[in-house]
Every structure is written in C-alpha cells, then in structure tokens.
Design a protein around this ligand. Structure first.
Ligand code: GCV
Length: 660
C-alpha cells in the first residue's frame, strides 16, 4: 500500500450525539447482496456509528428502521428520502439511487437535521457526471498539486483501501464515471488496454462498480502503430479499423461493464486524424463504431488547436479553434460519440467567455469539461472556490434555441432530448494526506460532484454543506468560512489578469506572474498590450471570434460599449484611458483591482487565523502555510502587473500609491 494514512474529508461523520439507538435496515425489491446496495448499507452503518455511536441490528424492538424500497416512478439514479419518528424510508428505481439516497440521508444528519425532519427528492440533472484524472503511470500527475497518483507508481497499478475510500467520496457526491489516466497517453499507459494491465484495471473497475461508478480509459490514437505494429493510425484505413474493432472486442470482454474511451487527438503533440487529412469526426466515428457493439461510448475532446501558430498575424486566434474544427461536422458524429468541451475557448483561465461550441452544436452530444485542479487558479495554494464560476457557466444563455438554451440545459440533454450528456472535471486529487493539497480545495472536489448532480444548487449552499460535513465548528465559524470561500474567486481574479485577458502566468508552470509570458514562440503575448492599450480585438474587425456566438451575444461581444466589462479585454483592444462604467479609467482599474486583490488575500489569511480555535490544529497549520504563500503570490502579481502597465502607459496611479 502506497500511503498508510489519509483524511476522510467530508465523510468524517463527526459525533453529533450519543443517541445510540440501533437501526434495522429492510430492503424491499432490492437485494441486500447487490454490490451497490451492500456498499450503501455499509456506508449507512459507518455514518450512524460516527454520528450517534449507533449500530445496525437484525432485531426488532426499540429500533429505528431504514426501509429501502423500489419505486419505478423515481427517476434514474434519483431518490426520495422521508423521515418520521420511527425511521426513514428511501425510495429509488435503481441501485445508484439507493446509494445516493443513503448519502443524502447522511448529509442531512450531518447538517443536524433530525430523523423525522428528513425529506428530500432528487434526480440527477446530468446523466454523465465524470472525473478525469491526468495521472501518469510513473506516478506523476499532469497539473497535479496534491502529491502523486494513488492509482499508479513506477508503471504499475495500485488498488488498496485508499482506492475504496476514493470511490466512496465520489459516490457520495454522485459521480458515476471516472477516467483514471491522463489524456496525454504516453509510455506504459498505452498498454492499459492490453493483457499487461487488464487484471489490475478489472480489479479497480470492480472497486468502482461497488459504488455505481463506471471506469473509462484515455487512449492513444496511435495505438494501432504502437501496439499493433501498423504503419499508420489513419481512421479510414481498413487495417486500422479492423485493429480497433478487434482491440475493443478484447477490451470489453476482459472488462465487462467498461465505459469507453476518452480521446485527446491532434493537440499539443498528440497524434490524431489530421495527420492523414481526416477530420475529427472521422476519428471519433471510427472508434465509436468499434465500441458500439458493447454499449461503449467515445468521449472526444474539442481542445484541438495549433500550439505552434504564429501570433504575428493579428487574425490568428487560438480561441477560434474549437468551433472552427468541430462546428462544420455538427450532426455527423455518431450517437455514441460525445464531444467534451472546455468551459472556455482557451484553457481554464480565471475568466473566459463560455465556449461558443456549447450550444453552437445543436445536433451533437456535448459534455462540459471544467477543471478543479487549479492549474491557472492558484495551484491549490491560493484559495479559489470555483462553484461561483461554474454556476456562471451553467447559467449562460447561448440563444441556441427558443427555450432550454442555457449551458445547463444543453449539457443535461434537455435542449436536444439526447441521453448522452453531462459534465466532467479534471480532478484535483493526489496521494497527499488530505487528498487535495490545500484542505480547503476539497470544497471544489465536493462542489463539482454536487453541482453536476444538481445544477440548481447554489454555490453558497454547496459551500455550506461542505463546511458543515468537513469541520465540526460553531455556526459563526461556519459562516466565516463559507464567506471566505465565496469571496475567493473574485479576489484571485483581482490580483491576477484583468477583465478577461487571462494568462500573464509563468509559462508552463502556470503559477505566479510573468506578464509577457507566452508558451509557444518568442514573439507572442496573450494580452497584446502596447503603449496605448491592452486586449485582443476579437470583433468582426479583428479575429472575428465574436461572430461564433448567436445573437444577441455576438453583437454584445462585438461592441466594446455593450460587451460585459469582465470580458472587455478578451474581446477588444482598449486604450488605457477608456472609461469603465464605474467612472474609473482602464489603467486606474488595473491599479485599483490589483491593490484590492492583494488586500483581499491578506484578509482571507487573517480570517483563517481567526478560525484557529475552531479547526483541528494540523488542518489549521497546513492551510495557514498556504495562505502565507498566497499573500506573497498576490503581492508579486500586484507589483509585476501594476509596474508593467505603469511603464507601458506612462500614466500614474491617481491615488499616488507606490507602484514598484
Ligand atoms: C493534459 C493545458 C494544460 C495541459 C493539458 C491540456 C489539456 O494545455 O496545460 O497540461 O494536458 O491543457 O487539457 O489537454
């Protein structure tokens, strides 16, 4: 076993009382021996032991009863839980509904709701609720900030008690699909679909299946060459098609219940159909046909762009790429293909517009991809609770149809009536004791699952649940921590890149400022600042990106007077003297927001200090250390950004503050 000890995060089941009255569990039409129901009952036992020091009993008498009953009228993976004096009834139409219902009961009990007051009915908003690991088989994690992989080490797979706990965490928030390996499939990972690893993958798949979770694998599009010894991986080549068909037959036979493949192709050095003059649809459909006989699906990523493109041509625009490559084939992707689309057109920045592909496609299954690994949002050092951002994404009106046109509608399947739909997150876990590096980053892990299950939940509501379940603190401390989480995204945005321009981070590392930092060539900058102004003209006079949206979004983005200000620099090159709605000039806004952001970081650190007596000393110390780093990071950002723009614009701060 790799790690001997780990935190229970929000499943700590802190003692509430010593009301140790036993519980009898009755199952109607569900078998107690079913693997998922068994896990559910096991979890219920763990929960009531922790909360009340109570046990499960077979006896009657002075006991509570948990009655689990099948009810076909309840939605797939949904549940209805209702308490009364004598116990709780849980109704569901399938086993996943049972386990989610049990976790709902435990959540309520953890929030101090009494047995008789429990009442909740829920059905998942999204059919697919997935986690994507970027874990490599040597144990490293691409963009991982919480230690190493708990699946892989030295090109081997590990399955242990920690893996079981991981599956419990995921089921507790409604996750039903997990991709265990990095989309950049290299080295030994290519062999995950061979005899070398089938036994281990199957073992892990069984652990997941106990919690109602399907396992998926990222695959290497060039596997026919690397594993099959073929000369090409052209998706229209007969030999390649036959190879994938035979391989997929083998995979699904060895791994019954396997979900399917996740594919990153033609991006950042990964192989793909473009090499052979084929389209992304050709690649996705060929694989889809190979897995279709076994009920498998292909999750095909739309993060396709040319990372060597030359930005000296002002029309060149990476933001356009996803739409340009995928839109023309709308309606041609096979039914078991789902396109996985990052929330923004660039790459998980603190502020981006919503990808125009979401809803731009109207005849294609779509899966929203977000990132809870904080690659560009503070590396799980800085506090950045992401649910407010995800809510904005989900609530965004695309105008793709007369009704049901929000991103939440599209990715839930409501807009098109499709069954293959949902949300995926690039996960923020590793083998650190606390799983997420910063203990407070677990709010994003918890939050994503809860939001994917129920997109109607509020960001604050989710934060409150997480705080209540994770910490055993008084109400005032809980309020303070929830408030800290809710402020954190704005604070991070203020001390980093302004008004949607993004980046300005240290290239490749993606933490800390480097205003001109650009990854792919000597001559590029992401912000295109000069002595007159800053921002990228993506209007019809610039790169034309704004025209990838439906009206009225396209016109609003096209016009700097109408463009939402938080995205102004994403869409326009704006003079430093431009007056914002607040009356501030753009340059003054840059100065003010950076001072405010840094002060906000200091205030977060001070608020955490004030919680010292309310949290476990080890948790306190770990988080305090991170706040210290966050404050230093915020100062560095403030000073680098402000001095850069002072030098560029030669305009002094109206408030006469010292700009380094
Ligand atoms: C897995 C960004 C990251 C890469 C990541 C890529 C992707 O470019 O920096 O590390 O690769 O996104 O989403 O595929």
């Amino acid at each position: 076993m790799k790690t001997q000890n780990w935190s229970q995060m929000w499943l700590g089941y802190h003692q509430i009382s010593k009301d140790n009255k036993s519980w009898k569990v009755i199952c109607n039409d569900f078998s107690k021996e079913d693997r998922v129901v068994k896990s559910a009952i096991g979890e219920f036992a763990t929960g009531i032991k922790g909360y009340f020091d109570a046990d499960i009993t077979e006896n009657d008498g002075d006991v509570y009863v948990l009655e689990i009953a099948k009810d076909a009228s309840i939605a797939k993976e949904g549940y209805f839980v209702k308490g009364e004096k004598s116990g709780i009834t849980l109704k569901a139409s399938d086993e996943n509904g049972v386990i989610y219902g049990v976790f709902a009961i435990l959540r309520k009990l953890g929030a101090r709701v009494s047995v008789e007051d429990i009442c909740e009915e829920a059905a998942p908003s999204n059919p697919l609720r997935m986690m994507n690991h970027w874990d490599n088989m040597d144990g490293s994690i691409e963009r991982g900030y919480s230690g190493e992989s708990f699946f892989f080490e030295n090109d081997e797979m590990y399955i242990n008690e920690r893996t079981v706990d991981y599956a419990r965490f995921m089921a507790s928030v409604g996750i039903n699909g997990i991709v265990i390996n990095n989309v950049n499939v290299k080295g030994a990972a290519t062999y995950l679909i061979t005899d070398r690893f089938f036994d281990k993958v199957k073992e892990l798949q069984d652990v997941f299946a106990d919690y109602g979770i399907k396992l998926y694998l990222s695959i290497n599009f060039a596997a026919p060459i690397e594993l099959g010894g073929l000369e090409v991986c052209d998706p229209l080549d007969e030999g390649v098609i036959a190879w994938w068909q035979a391989k997929s037959k083998e995979v699904f036979e060895k791994l019954p219940g396997f979900g399917g493949y996740l594919v990153k192709a033609d991006s950042e050095g990964r192989p793909g159909p473009f090499t052979y003059g084929r389209t992304q649809a050709d690649g996705a459909n060929m694989l889809a046909d190979a897995v279709a006989p076994y009920g498998g699906i292909i999750i095909w990523r739309c993060f396709v762009y040319n990372c060597t493109q030359d930005w000296r041509d002002y029309k060149t625009d990476r933001a356009r790429a996803g739409y340009d490559y995928f839109k023309d084939f709308d309606g041609e992707y096979h039914d078991n293909v789902i396109l996985q689309i990052k929330n923004g057109p660039m790459d998980f920045q603190i502020r981006e517009p919503i990808s125009p592909l979401l809803g731009g496609l109207t005849k294609t299954n779509q899966l929203l991809e977000v990132q809870i690994a904080q690659e560009y949002t503070g590396h799980q050092i800085d506090l950045c609770y992401l649910m407010p951002m995800f809510k904005e994404v989900l609530d965004f009106r695309t105008y793709c149809s007369e009704k049901n046109d929000t991103v939440a509608d599209i990715v839930s399947g409501r807009t098109m009536g499709n069954k293959l739909a949902g949300m995926a997150a690039v996960i923020n876990t590793g083998n650190d004791f606390n799983w997420t590096g910063n203990d407070l980053a677990a709010a994003n892990l918890y939050g994503f699952g809860r939001l994917a299950y129920n997109t109607e939940l509020g960001a604050d509501e989710i934060a409150r649940e997480w705080v209540a379940l994770t910490f055993d603190m008084d109400k005032a401390s809980e309020d303070k921590l929830v408030d800290m989480l809710m402020r954190s995204r704005d604070i991070y945005e203020k001390y980093t890149s302004p008004l949607g321009i993004g980046w300005m981070v240290t290239p490749h590392v993606h933490y800390g400022p480097s205003v001109d930092g650009y990854e792919y060539s000597r001559w590029g900058t992401y912000h295109r600042a000069d002595h007159k102004g800053i921002g990228v003209d993506r209007s019809d006079k610039g790169t034309g990106y704004a025209q990838q949206y439906y009206e009225p979004n396209a016109s609003a983005y096209n016009n700097p007077e109408k463009c939402p200000e938080e995205l102004l620099l994403f869409f326009h090159h704006i003079p430093y003297t431009w007056k914002l709605k607040s009356g501030q000039t753009l340059i003054q806004y840059i100065y003010d927001s950076h001072f405010e952001g840094e002060e906000g970081a200091e205030k977060l650190a001070a608020d955490w200090d004030s919680l010292k007596d309310a949290v476990d000393p080890e948790v306190f110390a770990r988080v305090a250390e991170r706040f210290e780093l966050q404050v230093a990071n915020a100062k560095e950002w403030r000073d680098q950004v402000n001095s850069y723009f002072y030098r560029k614009s030669d305009i002094a701060d109206e408030k006469g503050r010292k700009i380094y």
